[in-house]
Design a protein around this ligand. Structure first.
Ligand SMILES: Cc1cc2nc3c(=O)[nH]c(=O)nc-3n(C[C@H](O)[C@H](O)[C@H](O)COP(=O)(O)O)c2cc1C
Length: 448
């Protein structure tokens, strides 16, 4: 029987994706310690989650108003510690949980990403994943020494080359290349360690990779692009994708399109799982959960929404009045998450205002919520899963570790009773737990 994939949406920062999460009375405040992340990892593992993954952005959302004062004072995603280092801390406090981190193809070097993630995968016995992003805004560009963020589609073209280098590096060592035989003096088979010579339009790399294969071959590749170009990229490279489908009907349509695109590229669509975001707010009874939701809603401040919109769309929303429409040139120039802009334009049917953006996107507030008892939330997840709007869920926190604790206590046992969710880990590596085979060297080259 087909079973759900469960992913914990994690942040190596002072709040969850909801900036207001740190204001929640039950939110832990020790988010700069290993103990905090290990606790979250242990809760996810108790709930048999396949994966926890850390999102990332290489800047504060201080495009808003052109300075950091307001976002710092309000704690709008301003502490962002390194997600790969945090992943390691969580990994050492868990045994089976897969753990992923985001890393940008636009601002890092492919050899560096290949080496760092392959090392993490070795250290954690094959439990690591890489969420590939091309990044979104000028704040990231400027922190990384550039003036402006690269054009949207161009950065995906460049990211294709980035992937070819990273996978080329990961192909460097065959599975049985390492010998370490002191008697014969043979350290590794030279014919099983391969040099990479790559020269593309944007990137080049030439050399022999320095990290052997891991128990699962190499890290699992995650992608979450939602623009047309982003989806093509996902279909080509991702082994599991993260999506944010706005409702069930739209989800079914987009899910079918994604699977068709994967099949068109000659890949098995059943092996590439698509997981959609959900914010569960769950309690013993439905009315208790509704009270919890009311509290969560009361924590939101307008600065959360406005600064996170500015960040995502790479445009300072403070330069516009609340009911002032954006000009067509301004809309065209938004180079961040274009799918978000396009949806707002589609819903409003005209040049939208700042208020339209706040209302349609609900940025800074939970949008994809499932509120109720364990049974209510399990019903919601079951419908999305069985009607084929997704293969699993990216469970997002309204506060941590509370959201995950509630989910594991109330929802997981209900899903398990229904046979929709596994009762234990299938193996030691993330690939085994996701039902993915160990990748053969060079298999990725068959993709278009
Ligand atoms: C669950 C989920 C997690 C994401 N995590 C990140 C992230 O950590 N960093 C990031 O820059 N974008 C993240 N994104 C956004 C996309 O990866 C992508 O960067 C964004 O949608 C812009 O690309 P697009 O224009 O192709 O959609 C995430 C999206 C989803 C649905």
């Amino acid at each position: 029987m087909r079973q759900m994939v469960m992913v914990g949406f994690l942040q190596a920062q002072n709040c969850t994706t909801l900036a207001s999460a740190w204001r929640h009375p039950d939110a832990r405040t020790d988010f700069t310690t290993a103990a905090y992340f290990q606790k979250i990892g242990q809760v996810l593992e108790e709930g048999k989650f396949h994966l926890g993954f850390f999102d990332d952005r290489l800047a504060m959302p201080d495009i808003y108003g052109g300075n950091p004062a307001e976002v710092v004072a309000n704690g709008v995603r301003v502490v962002k510690i390194d997600p790969v280092v945090t992943l390691m801390a969580m990994g050492f406090g868990t045994r089976y949980l897969g753990i992923g981190s985001t890393a940008s193809t636009t601002y890092y070097e492919p050899f560096d990403v290949a080496r760092r993630f392959q090392t993490a995968d070795l250290m954690l016995g094959g439990r690591v994943a890489w969420n590939v992003v091309t990044s979104v805004n000028d704040g990231e560009a400027q922190n990384m020494g550039r003036d402006v963020h690269m054009d949207h589609d161009l950065r995906y073209d460049r990211a294709d080359e980035f992937m070819e280098i990273v996978l080329g590096c990961w192909d460097g060592w065959e599975d049985d290349a390492l010998v370490v035989d002191k008697k014969s003096g043979l350290f590794a088979h030279p014919e099983k360690v391969h040099r990479l010579e790559y020269e593309g339009k944007f990137l080049k790399s030439s050399g022999t990779f320095t990290v052997p294969r891991s128990p699962q071959g190499h890290p699992v590749i995650i992608q979450a692009g939602s623009s047309n170009r982003g989806k093509t990229f996902s279909a080509r490279w991702a082994e599991t994708v993260f999506v944010a489908y706005p409702d069930l009907e739209d989800g079914k349509k987009q899910y079918a399109e994604l699977k068709a695109e994967v099949a068109r590229l000659g890949r098995d669509p059943d092996l590439m799982t698509a997981n959609t975001i959900v914010y569960p707010v769950v309690a013993e009874t439905r009315s208790e959960a509704e009270d919890k939701m009311a509290l969560i809603n009361s924590l939101y401040k307008e600065v959360d929404g406005l600064s996170l919109l500015s960040e995502a769309l790479n445009f300072d929303f403070k330069t516009k009045g609340m009911d002032e429409a954006f000009t067509s040139e301004e809309l065209q120039g938004m180079s961040g998450m274009q799918a978000m802009r396009d949806r707002v334009m589609k819903v409003t049917g005209r040049n939208p205002t700042v208020r339209d953006f706040l209302e349609v996107t609900r940025r800074g507030r939970p949008r994809e919520t499932a509120v109720g008892s364990g049974k209510d939330v399990a019903d919601y997840l079951e419908q999305w899963f069985t009607e084929r709007a997704c293969d699993g869920f990216v469970v997002a926190g309204t506060h941590t570790p509370g959201t995950f604790e509630d989910f594991v206590r109330f929802v997981v046992p209900e899903l398990q009773r229904r046979g929709l969710y596994r009762k234990d880990y299938a193996g030691a590596t993330l690939r085994e737990n996701l039902g993915l085979s160990k990748p053969a060297r060079g298999a990725w080259k068959l993709r278009a």
